[in-house]
Design a protein around this ligand. Structure first.
Ligand code: NAP
Length: 275
């Protein structure tokens, strides 16, 4: 590992931009692979997005991660949009290809990578949450041919428009335990450290028993939530949000550098999450 002077700048925009683990993931990758680049955190108010997009072009920023609330508003600046980003209606990654500014949604790849050995088209899926991350998950489920997907959201409003958009079924929140689901996905912040620590959106004991069921939590801090611990008690295989977070970052890194993130990035992420 050497100390190169960065020649290309990358970063993440969001507002408010809390503590993000993306700089750790990508900077560890650049350092380990001797890529002369640096990844910054750029808190960006919504009103400053147009200025930022000009700056990105002028300074020839190599690429950018995009988080709340900019994932939808960046779309109008894209000269090319991937199928997944168009389907999700949101981009979390900006990159250059043939001099064109392109938008991608690597949350889709990140979500699907840990599921690559599962036959998803036959699964009965319950998607809990209908916010930004749930839209990327819904796009991923569509791209993998899932047809039996029910969406429930606590506010009991957003799930219906979202279900219609993707050809799925909207479900009242109170009815989420009424159906057997082979794959239950938590796309709410319940279980996340802080305000929602110790909470879970689903009681596996109330739901019909399912053979060979899976539970997938998008929450990655802590890596093992109550949702996942409960799922294990009921015999389900589990997938932590750490997987999705790492693989969405890996897909970004590949778009920017053509390389996979090294194991050092994975280890740095896991050790940061332990602290
Ligand atoms: P969001 O756009 O704010 O949506 C949050 C969703 O959760 C909404 O459907 C909301 O329901 C629901 N919700 C909020 N508070 C709730 C509560 N107290 N009880 C039940 N439901 C509640 O957030 P997001 O961007 O989709 O993110 C959701 C989670 O996914 C976060 O924990 C985030 O960290 C995680 N995430 C992980 C990754 C990863 O790579 N692992 C990537 C993206 C996001 P209503 O609006 O209907 O009330």
């Amino acid at each position: 590992m050497s100390c190169l002077i960065p020649q290309t700048l990358y970063g993440i925009i969001g507002w408010p931009l809390g503590h993000s683990l993306s700089p750790l993931l990508h900077n560890t990758g650049f350092r380990t692979l001797d890529i002369p680049a640096a990844y910054m955190a750029w808190p960006l108010e919504p009103k400053s997005l147009p200025v930022f997009m000009d700056a990105l072009r002028v300074m020839r920023v190599g690429g950018c991660s995009v988080t709340i609330p900019h994932k939808i508003s960046v779309l109008e600046y894209m000269e090319n949009l991937s199928e997944g980003a168009a389907l999700a209606g949101a981009a979390n990654t900006l990159f250059w290809k043939d001099n064109l500014l392109c938008g991608e949604n690597t949350d889709i790849t990140g979500f699907l990578t840990p599921l690559k050995n599962f036959e998803m088209d036959k699964m009965d899926v319950l998607l809990l949450g209908a916010g930004g991350a749930a839209h990327a998950v819904a796009a991923a489920l569509r791209l993998r041919g899932c047809r039996h997907v029910r969406v429930a959201s606590a506010g009991n409003k957003k799930q219906y428009a979202m279900a219609e958009r993707f050809g799925f079924e909207g479900l009242p929140w109170a009815e989420r335990h009424n159906f057997p689901a082979t794959l239950v996905i938590n796309a709410t912040p319940l279980g996340m450290s802080g305000q929602y620590a110790g909470e879970t959106p689903y009681d596996f004991g109330l739901a019909p028993k399912v053979e060979g069921g899976l539970a997938y939590d998008l929450v990655y801090n802590p890596p093992e939530t109550i949702f996942l611990k409960d799922a294990k008690k009921f015999g389900r295989q589990t997938i932590s949000g750490v997987e999705m977070f790492f693989w969405q970052g890996n897909a970004q890194f590949r778009l920017w550098t053509g390389k996979n993130l090294p194991q050092e990035s994975r280890r740095a992420l896991e050790s940061a999450l332990k602290q």
